[in-house]
Design a binder for this molecule. Structure first.
Ligand code: FAD
Length: 507
């Protein structure tokens, strides 16, 4: 067991001098996106910090099994798709093929690079870093549990990482440690199955799908969230016969139905079978395949495939931390926090997926930075502001939203004016043959302030950043319409709904 443990090696901060009986000012459980962001922020503010990371590999979900590997694969699928469409531009290819092992190898090489870099960031010596599991034994004490499952590659890397502060890493791991403050950043786990029979048929999930050595011939995807639609398109574009089964009336049920419908249209056009508004009834093995039985439009339907992909969500990883025993409250699995990211025990903070409500990296980072700031500056606390909530689905077309969607505006009874414009009628997207999708703006009917944006289309995840910037500085549709946009660009499409709304709202 390797531990990079530098408890007494760091200069004592003023906070520590005030509380000499604690080993650390701040102990962070989990070294993923949230844990690292908090450690970086807190240590820069002079907080004596330790990070405890118990995963098999160092890197966290985003790097190892989330955003980065899935986007690497999706991008390969997009290149494959484009390569199959070249005739439109008068470019004729002889033969188009792919090698799945090479696609996965490229993804693996990228992930190793990202993970190695994260490990370097965690072991610079600016804060202590332990490779172990942690759980609370009381409100200021963690039990440190050796973890024996670290992969050999990462174990070797961690042991050999020099400590920039010159302090020696030791193989000694404490059995307990105390801290004045804590940040729980333990992420999420794949949700338990709602149908016990699914456990019997050995489903793929987002972890195991990333380790496949060959493609299945056919695949049933259960679910219609971000993970479901992104993997569905990846597999379908590499020739797998995909059937997607979603409970809600649309895929991506948290987005506006017009956005979801556009994606469903593209999926079906490319040959995917999409069932929405379903109820799962049964799962079993049948004739060498896997069978899913479900209800759809008052009929019982049976679908067979080589594999079933379980994409019915994740839940916060908050069990087995001893939280109930010390009085930290959970709400539907998630660790309940206030806007300062404090749990019901105010010196214990939580950030990222374990605190819900959004499984999004930049939100995990933002929450963690706020928690670290509040620990370092308890008299100048900052609060989370979800006004600029941004979500991106990296399918083709991409779906990106910021601020209010029409759905959210209805639920919260917020008045708005809306205008949209299709990519099918826009110069640059016609040049690119990227005709699917639209942009949509929501504005305050009185002031014209932009309160929401949605982009379903080419590089939607990039284009939405113009509206994030506009909303960040509280721009009106009049200002956005007046702002120069280069021609011909995809970005100038935003001026059309902005102009339409500006004409309706007097300044
Ligand atoms: C397939 C997939 C694709 C995704 N794509 C995107 C995307 O494109 N964009 C986006 O914004 N988000 C995406 N996400 C979500 C994103 O990955 C997460 O929101 C983010 O990684 C959460 O960061 P975190 O720090 O909260 O948790 P994690 O990164 O999971 O970190 C938690 C860490 O805590 C450690 N840990 C847990 N328990 C203990 C313990 N008791 N003791 C010590 N250590 C412990 C774990 O080993 C882990 O390293 C995706 C997720 C998936 C599954």
């Amino acid at each position: 067991m390797h531990a990079c443990y530098a408890k007494f090696a760091f200069p004592s901060s003023s906070m520590n001098e005030a509380q000499p009986h604690f080993d650390f000012d701040l102990a962070i459980i989990g070294g993923g996106s949230a844990g690292y962001a908090a450690a970086r922020t807190a240590s820069a503010a002079g907080v004596n910090t330790v990070v405890i990371e118990g995963g098999e590999d160092v890197g966290g979900l985003c790097i190892l099994r989330g955003c980065m590997p899935s986007k690497a694969l999706l991008y390969a699928a997009e290149v494959m798709h484009l390569a199959g469409q070249t005739e439109v531009w008068g470019i004729h290819k002889r033969e188009l093929g792919f090698n799945f092992s090479e696609i996965m190898a490229r993804k693996n090489a990228l992930i190793k690079e990202f993970a190695d870099f994260r490990e370097q960031q965690l072991t610079t010596g600016k804060f202590a870093f332990l490779r172990a599991h942690a759980r609370f034994t009381d409100a200021h004490t963690l039990e440190i549990l050796p973890h024996h499952g670290h992969s050999s590659r990462r174990k070797e890397a961690a042991t050999s990482t020099p400590n920039a502060s010159g302090h020696k890493s030791t193989a000694h791991l404490p059995t307990r440690l105390t801290a004045k403050n804590f940040l729980i950043a333990t992420g999420s786990i794949i949700a338990p199955s709602p149908l016990p029979q699914l456990n019997e048929i050995d489903c793929l999930n987002s972890d195991t799908a990333l380790r496949l050595t060959h493609l299945p011939g056919s695949l049933i995807i259960l679910g219609g969230g971000a993970v479901a639609v992104e993997f569905a398109q990846f597999f379908a574009r590499f020739g797998v016969k995909v059937t997607l089964i979603q409970r809600s009336p649309n895929v991506l049920h948290e987005f506006d139905p017009d956005a979801a419908a556009e994606l469903e249209k593209v999926f079906r056009r490319e040959g995917m079978v999409v069932y929405t508004g379903t109820k799962l009834l049964d799962a079993r093995r049948s004739a060498g395949q896997k069978e899913i039985v479900f209800e759809h439009e008052q009929r019982t339907i049976r679908v067979h495939a080589d594999e079933v992909f379980f994409a019915l969500g994740r839940i916060p990883n908050a069990a087995r931390l001893g939280l109930e025993d010390i009085g930290v409250q959970l709400e539907y699995h998630r660790i309940a926090t206030n806007a300062h990211m404090q749990t019901t025990l105010r010196h214990i903070y939580a950030a990222g997926d374990c605190a819900g409500l959004h499984e999004i990296v930049h939100i995990a980072v933002q929450q963690a930075e706020i928690a670290a700031h509040n620990i370092a500056h308890p008299h100048q606390m900052k609060a989370m502001d979800n006004r600029l909530l941004t979500e991106v689905i990296f399918t083709d077309p991409q779906i990106a939203t910021v601020g209010l969607t029409e759905k959210r505006a209805h639920v919260r009874n917020i008045p708005y004016l809306v205008a949209s414009y299709p990519f099918g009628d826009h110069g640059k997207s016609l040049i690119m043959e990227a005709r699917d999708g639209f942009v949509k703006l929501l504005a305050d009917p009185m002031t014209g302030e932009i309160i929401g944006g949605c982009c379903v289309g080419p590089v939607g995840g990039e284009l939405i950043h113009e509206i994030i910037a506009a909303m960040y500085s509280r721009m009106t549709v009049h200002q956005l319409a007046a702002m120069p946009h280069y021609h011909p660009t995809l970005a100038e499409i935003w001026t059309y709904p902005a102009e339409e709304l500006a004409a309706k709202i007097s300044k």
